[in-house]
Design a binder for this molecule. Sequence first.
Ligand SMILES: [Zn+2]
Length: 101
Amino acid sequence: MAEKLKIKLNGKPTFYRGKGCDSCLGTGYKGRVGLLETLVLSPKIKSLILESAQEYQIREEARREGMRTLRENGVQCALNGTTTLDEIVRVTVGDQDLDER
Ligand SMILES: [Zn+2]
């Protein structure tokens, strides 16, 4: 799964999955959490926006400056057991999907 996502992982991390029970109707999920992606408006990003740069140029600069994508933040949630990798794949897009648009 991690290979399909084209994400880099350190070592061999453990991913969790709830086995399900009556109170979660067998899904193994309960409740919701917010997943965020934050674009910091650095001077470089601001000037790109002012220059009407393409979205991909802004995205690339943001990544250079260390922005973590929605999916990367989601993978972190999967690593700490808050959710599953399947769920993250379902609700986020990867950079490769963006480039194919
Ligand atoms: Zn349950």
